[in-house]
Structure formats: structure tokens, C-alpha cells
Ligand binder design. Structure first.
Ligand code: XUL
Length: 554
């Protein structure tokens, strides 16, 4: 069944990312009709941030952003939307995306301040005293290793924490960040009435009260029981005392956080029935913006780091990657894997073997046969996290390789490959690793479809390799604003669920519109034959496991 929005309706999605605050406005046909942006460094220079953050000069890995910069940016961005003549009265729902893991510490008494904002004055002066600390730790912070190990130990180990919360403890995750504040800034912790994520913080501004944390972004905290979608008592106790009260309740991502606060209705002429739908993290919103909606859907974002998102019913949380609650359907899960060695490592091979040219690179890729005559390469120009391996290149040739069963075949290590084998080895190697790790993580095989995005997804030869290795259709979409677009789609979705009084699948909103709208995906390649690659992948996993045992650090 297809659901539509009222003809003249608009939905608004924000993206409060590390560097900027963006807005995307969609009409009832889900076409983008306006978008605006505020860059923090250049447009709010009085915070003196570099890359929108403060890095601790002692090199201890502490990285924070000024909370008030985000408050001021919201006023500024709404002013730009007014200038762009967006008719605020037509906006039926607003949602947003926040950089994941970052946290905000509301001072005792601030809920009253939030509820009584004066629409004649900007937000900033009214909220300048609302926080127990004005510095929000963000995802780039890596200063909480001690707290990570303490939390893992308290719940019985890293794997146990992952099975409860969807991830082992990571420095940037909010639980370890909160524990560090509790341990090192005890006054701040005790003076805090409510802890928000960046996402629920921005939603709180819009509703004039504390918004719940949504279940998808809560999955990036090491605090939520991923199966039951409630705070885990064990994880809470391992993190800090009295924490549950400071976190408030959880809410499904499609739920209504509240009505637009009178402050924004009077100051910007929003409709007073405008709904604020729960904000979520940037990665969950990107999943929504890339139109992933069904178990088996997979997105591969090929950028500086390669990131994979997928939807599954049966996740297998482990010591790598992350399981999140699915932001567009709470009955299943989102999995996310991040590779550090992405485009810079591909470029390194291009520069060494292909005269620094993608055209030459593509020709070489096509000269080498699929399965590369049994040649397998592992290229880590950066210390890799998936698998955990140090910088280094490793090349192997499978002996007596015919492309049929590899079970009995042995391999030997070599120093180098010829240029076309090297080019095919990096591409096949990265993709085989993605296939192996997503399958190990509980993604269906083959995937239902793959949506490729990011710089390298413009390369048809690489798309061809993705289709053959994964054995499914690959679509491309060049959508640089997938997080704010996803937020706008989720705003419309939340509005529809509220209107129908129960959850409706998000795909029912755009199924028949896809080809006509800005979301259109083009089928790029037919599925290839993946069964030979299945054997090749098993061989690769065998070698990878050996490398991790020999060289890896957990
Ligand atoms: C995800 C992560 C980043 C942030 C900022 O775990 O740390 O992607 O969400 O974009």
C-alpha cells in the first residue's frame, strides 16, 4: 500500500555534523526544494575552533566542541531558510541527524529554561548558562581507553559488552565518555540534570524540553540492550552511578518527540501542529537517505574510509563492527562496518601501478581475469581496524589454481605482483573482505541489493567487481547529503506513522516515486556469478585469520 503526504506539505531534515549544520527541505513528492548550510569554523569564527573542534594540546586524544556553537548555528540556519523564502507554515514535520556519540550535559534547572524561551530574543543568550560543561566530547575523542577497559571488565569482557549493547567498548562511544566525566569532572557529573546526544540535544531545542534519545543513536553509547531496546542495567552500573535518571527514556526513531515549541512557532512562523520526530545519528540517517529499508539491503560507501551499512534480522555482534537498532524499522537491525583503508589505499596502488590515472587503473583491472589467477592481496597503508592489523602489504598466490575447489590448495607468499594483478588484488581484496565481514556479522548472502555511494562508486569497473563478488544487483546514487535527506524522509515517515496511529513501512512512502524523484537509483550492473568468489573468500579469511594471529593486536 502506498501512502502519501498532503499535496502542499513540506518536511524538513537537519544534519548537525562535525563541521556544519545543514538543512534539506522536501516537498510532498520527496523532491528537494531547498537546502542551506552553516559552516561552523567560517561562519561562527568567535568560537575559534579548527575543524569545528578543540584538540587538547597535550596530545592526550581529548577532542571536544563548544556546545553553544551548535545552539547559535540553529538560529543562523533558520534565518537562512527564512531568506530562502521557505514557507515554514507548510512544514508538517521536522527531524534531524546528529554526529554520533557526542554528548551534552544539561545543568540542573535547565528544563525550566528550555520550556520558557522568549521568542523575541535569540537562543544563545538564553541558554548560555544551561550546561554543566560547555565542552561536548565528540566522536573524534580517543582519550577514554582506561574507561573502555573498565566497562568491559565490569560486564564480563569485550564480547559480552558487544552481545549486550551491539559493540565492544570504543573510545568515542558515549558510555566511556560519560564514565570519564564522572571520574575526572565529578562536579560536572553531579551538576548534570540530563545527558543528551547531539541528536536528542538538537531535538530538545526544537520541542522546548528534554527529548528522548532514539534507539538507533542510543546503540552508539555502549549502554542500551540492543535486543530489548532498553537501558542495560549492567552497562549502566559499569558506567556511572545514577545514570539512568540522567539519560531519560528511550524512544523508537520514528516516534514523535514533541510539537514544535512556541519559541519557533512565534519566531519563525512554524505551524503550531508541526511535529518534531525523534532525531537520530548521522549513520542511521544516511541508511534512511540511501533508501535502505528491507533485510538484505546493503550500502557500500567508498570514501576516505569505506563504510558499509546493512539491514538484517539476525545480527551477530562480535569484537568488530557495530549493531544498531534500525532507524526505519525497529523490528530489525542496522549493522555498520568501517574500514580505515579506503580511497587513499586505492590511490596508492593507482599511483604506483597505473601512472596516477584512474583510466589506466580501470584498463589494468579489466586485463586481469576475475579471481586474479589465484592472487590475493592485503593492503594496509593505515593501521586497519577491520581486521585489526598494522601497516603492511601482504601478497599470496594460490598454487595450482584453476578456479574450482580451493579446499585442498595451499598458497605461498610473494614480494610483488605485476601491475594488473596488483590493481585487481586491491579491489577484489577490499570487496572480498567486505563480503566476508558482513556475512560473519549476520547479513544475508547474497544481499537483496547493494547501493554504492561515495567517490569511487562513480567507477563502473569497481561497480562491476562489486556485482560479481557479492552476486547481486548494484545501484548507484550520488547523494552527498544522505544524512539530512534521510532526516527529512524520516520526518515524513514519523508524521505518517503518527497519522495512521501505528508503524507503516518507510518504503510505502516512496516505492512508486523512486524513479521520478531525487532518490532515483540507477541499476548499474547485473549480478555476476559469486560461487567461485565464495571459495576465494574462504581462502582469504583463512589467511586473514592467520595474519591477525601473527601480527594483530586486540
Ligand atoms: C560512527 C562515527 C562517525 C560519527 C561522525 O561511529 O564515529 O561516523 O558518526 O560522523
Amino acid at each position: 500500500m502506498e501512502y502519501s503526504l498532503p499535496d502542499d506539505a513540506l518536511s524538513l531534515g537537519f544534519d548537525s555534523s562535525t563541521q556544519s549544520l545543514k538543512a534539506t527541505v522536501l516537498d510532498a513528492n520527496l523532491n528537494t526544494v531547498a537546502s542551506e548550510i552553516v559552516h561552523f569554523d567560517s561562519e561562527l569564527p568567535h568560537y575559534s575552533t579548527k575543524d569545528a573542534v578543540y584538540r587538547d594540546p597535550s596530545g592526550n586524544g581529548r577532542i571536544v566542541s563548544p556546545t553553544l556553537m551548535w545552539v547559535e548555528a540553529l538560529d543562523l540556519l533558520l534565518g537562512k531558510l527564512v531568506k530562502a523564502k521557505v514557507d515554514f507554515g507548510r512544514i508538517i514535520a521536522v527531524s534531524g541527524s546528529g554526529q554520533q556519540h557526542g554528548s551534552v550535559y544539561w545543568k540542573k534547572g535547565s528544563s525550566a529554561t528550555l520550556a520558557s524561551l522568549n521568542p523575541k530574543r535569540p537562543l544563545l543568550p538564553q541558554l548560555s548558562d544551561a550546561f554543566a560543561t560547555k565542552e561536548s566530547p565528540i566522536w573524534m575523542d580517543s582519550s577514554t581507553t582506561v574507561q573502555c577497559r573498565e566497562i568491559e571488565r565490569a560486564v564480563g569482557g569485550a564480547l559480552e559488552l558487544s552481545q549486550i549493547t551491539g559493540s565492544r567498548a570504543y573510545e568515542r562511544f558515549t558510555g566511556p565518555q560519560i564514565r570519564k566525566i564522572f571520574e575526572t569532572q565529578t562536579d560536572v557529573y553531579h551538576d548534570t540534570e540530563r545527558i543528551s546526544l547531539v541528536s536528542s540535544f538538537m531535538a530538545s531545542l526544537l520541542i522546548g524540553g528534554y527529548a528522548s534519545i532514539d534507539e538507533a543513536d542510543a546503540s552508539g553509547m555502549n549502554l542500551m540492550d540492543i535486543k530489548q531496546r532498553i537501558w542495560s542495567k549492567m552497562a549502566l552500573e559499569a558506567t556511572a552511578p545514577g545514570l539512568e535518571e540522567k539519560l531519560g527514556k528511550l524512544a523508537p526513531s520514528h516516534a514523535v518527540a514533541g510539537l514544535m515549541a512556541p519559541y519557533f512557532v512565534e519566531r519563525f512562523q512554524f505551524n503550531k501542529r508541526c511535529l518534531v520526530i525523534q532525531w537520530s545519528g548521522d549513520n542511521p540517517n544516511s541508511l534512511a537517505g540511501l533508501t535502505l529499508n528491507t533485510p538484505g539491503d546493503l550500502a557500500i560507501s567508498l570514501g576516505t574510509s569505506d563504510t558499509i551499512f546493512g539491514i538484517t534480522n539476525e545480527p551477530q555482534p562480535s569484537l568488530e563492527g557495530h549493531v544498531f537498532s534500525n532507524p526505519v524499522d525497529p523490528s530489525c537491525y542496522m549493522v555498520m562496518l568501517c574500514y580505515k583503508n579506503g580511497s587513499l589505499t586505492r590511490e596508492d596502488v593507482r599511483n604506483r601501478c597505473a601512472d596516477q590515472s584512474w583510466d589506466v587503473f580501470n584498463k589494468l583491472l579489466e586485463e586481469a581475469p576475475p579471481l586474479n589467477g589465484g592472487k590475493l592481496g592485503f593492503y594496509y597503508k593505515e593501521h586497519e581496524i577491520l581486521p585489526p592489523l598494522p601497516v603492511g602489504f601482504h601478497r599470496y598466490v594460490i598454487d595450482n589454481f584453476t578456479g574450482n575447489s580451493l579446499d585442498e590448495l595451499k598458497e605461498h607468499e610473494v614480494e610483488e605482483f605485476d601491475a594488473c594483478s596488483e590493481v585487481r588484488a586491491i579491489i577484489e581484496g577490499q570487496l572480498l573482505s567486505m563480503r566476508a565481514h558482513t556475512e560473519r556479522f549476520g547479513m544475508p548472502s547474497p544481499p537483496r541489493r547493494i547501493i554504492a555511494t561515495g567517490g569511487a562508486s562513480a567507477n563502473n569497473c569497481i561497480l562491476n567487481a562489486i556485482a560479481s563478488i557479492f552476486g547481486c544487483a548494484v545501484y548507484t546514487v550520488q547523494q552527498p547529503d544522505s544524512a539530512s535527506l534521510g532526516a527529512a524522509l524520516r520526518a515524513a515517515h514519523g508524521w505518517l506513522c503518527n497519522e495512521k496511529g501505528s508503524f507503516v513501512p518507510i518504503s510505502s512512502m516512496y516505492e512508486n516515486k523512486l524513479e521520478k524523484t531525487s532518490l532515483a537509483c540507477k541499476l548499474s550492473m547485473p549480478a555476476g556469478d559469486a560461487s567461485k568468489y565464495t571459495m576465494f573468500m574462504k581462502k582469504r579469511v583463512e589467511i586473514e585469520n592467520r595474519l591477525v594471529q601473527e601480527l594483530g593486536r586486540h
